[in-house]
Design a protein around this ligand. Structure first.
Ligand code: PHE
Length: 454
């Protein structure tokens, strides 16, 4: 594409293919992998759900990740700008830029509630470090977590810290800010994850963890398991959150997308599986329940940390890892809005970063209050936090995914997508999946969802 070179002229580009892989993997690996994946696996009975999830990643998630990064790279701008460029190239209505907008807005809204949970993670580094878990009973631990989420001031303060760190990194720009942060946090995350698995093996319950995660008992799946698996594949790969499209726009033209995108998808999946293998043996070794829900890592795991040898150190390491994972994802949620404001409104990164963060901060109060002073204000039985989560992951992200599949599979020319993805079998398989399997898969899950609702 001749347009993109000109468009990227003034923008930051990743200094290498590896930097892009770190950035995109940093976006993908987050609370989704370490907090959500283990607990939904626990709730959905283990192995069969894991298989279902792997299927969704392979045939729907990775092709869509390719589509999203492809759009960004070829467009070479912020998500709305890139969609506009590509709609023009394909000779279709410029309304397609709404799809880019959806990404910017989803990132903005998602960050407002993501940072609340990220704030809990950061605060737990200090809770674990203080020795508060040592020998504590389950009532003590439940009280610690309950005390945090029910305190609007403390929750807001921790969320603000997460947002301030994220904004500071963003304001410094792609090379000075993002790349430096990823070069520290991503290796840190991988090293800690491996240490934790090593520890898990030493508990003697590793086999039981493996058994739980891979022994497929399909009778444990419920009707909504498929929905949860697909929704989580979207969330975990950061699909339709604007970040992957924006990161793609900073990627040089020389890189072949097929291998690069596969690497990111595989790394994200491997981290989720390894996180499960680190967590479940510790849960079993302490005679605890894997199906504890969202409290699995904030209540169940701390209970285990309080009972096991070196639990205080392992606890600190665990929450440092979780915080790194959450921060690198938060960066990718803020970057789309900032790139839109700098390119379209001509603002400096400083001004754009401060303004977007201020907006996100205000919105985040609603999510903080969902766990305390507003917990009784619900819409269709959902709190403010749950409503935002449901609207983004349940509707906007899958619908955007469907639109991205149609756009890259049916509207862009074969020549254009072929030029981006690269040659070989990878391209043919991708094109088949994105044209037929991905749209049908998303629609099927939607129909199922609508059926399951009544
Ligand atoms: N993939 C991130 C996680 O697993 C969340 C995320 C979604 C980040 C969408 C960016 C965009 O935690």
């Amino acid at each position: 594409g001749g347009t993109s070179a000109a468009a990227t002229g003034k923008r930051g580009l990743w200094s290498s293919r590896l930097m892009f892989i770190l950035a995109a993997t940093g976006s993908a690996v987050g609370l989704g992998n370490i907090w959500k994946f283990p607990y939904i696996t626990g709730e959905n009975g283990g192995g069969a759900f894991v298989l279902l999830y792997l299927g969704c990643i392979a045939i729907i998630g990775i092709p869509l990740l390719m589509a999203e990064i492809l759009i960004g790279r070829r467009g070479g701008r912020n998500p709305a700008g890139s969609m506009e460029v590509l709609a023009q190239e394909a000779g279709v209505s410029s309304r397609w830029k709404l799809l880019g907008w959806a990404g910017v807005i989803t990132g903005f809204v998602l960050l407002s509630f993501y940072l609340v949970v990220a704030g809990w993670a950061v605060s737990y580094i200090f809770t674990a470090g203080s020795g508060a878990f040592n020998g504590a009973t389950s009532d003590d631990i439940g009280g610690l977590f309950g005390g945090l989420v029910s305190d609007p001031v403390a929750s807001t303060a921790w969320g603000t810290i997460v947002l301030a760190i994220t904004a500071t990194i963003i304001i410094k720009g792609v090379k000075q800010g993002l790349e430096k942060a990823f070069s520290i946090m991503m290796p840190g995350l991988f090293v800690i994850l491996l240490l934790l698995v090593g520890y898990s093996v030493s508990t003697g319950y590793f086999g039981q963890g493996v058994e739980f995660m891979f022994n497929s008992d399909f009778s444990k799946l419920t009707g909504t398991s498929v929905l949860i698996a697909l929704g989580h594949a979207f969330f975990s790969l950061s699909l339709a959150g604007g970040g992957m499209m924006t990161y793609g726009s900073y990627l040089s033209k020389d890189v072949s997308l097929s291998k690069t995108v596969m690497t990111v998808g595989v790394l994200d999946t491997v981290v989720a599986l390894i996180a499960g293998l680190a967590i479940f043996p510790i849960v079993f070794a302490n005679g605890l329940e894997p199906g504890a829900g969202p409290g699995l890592i904030f209540v169940t795991l701390p209970l285990a940390f309080g009972q096991m040898p070196f639990g205080q150190i392992v606890g600190v390491l665990f929450f440092v890892m979780l915080s790194f994972a959450a921060l690198t994802s938060a960066i990718s949620l803020l970057e789309p809005a900032v790139s839109w404001m700098t390119e379209k409104r001509g603002m400096s990164r400083l001004k754009a970063g401060v303004l977007t963060s201020a907006g996100i901060w205000v919105l985040s109060l609603g999510s903080v209050f969902s766990f305390n002073i507003w917990q009784n204000y619900t819409l269709f039985g959902k709190t403010f936090f749950d409503t935002l989560d449901y609207l983004t992951s349940g509707w906007i992200m899958p619908l955007s995914g469907l639109a991205m599949a149609i756009f890259t599979g049916w509207i862009m020319t074969r020549a254009a997508t072929h030029e981006e993805v690269g040659d070989g079998w990878g391209y043919r398989i991708w094109r088949f999946l994105i044209r037929y399997i991905v749209p049908v898969g998303i629609l099927a899950v939607f129909l199922h969802a609508i059926g399951a609702l009544d």
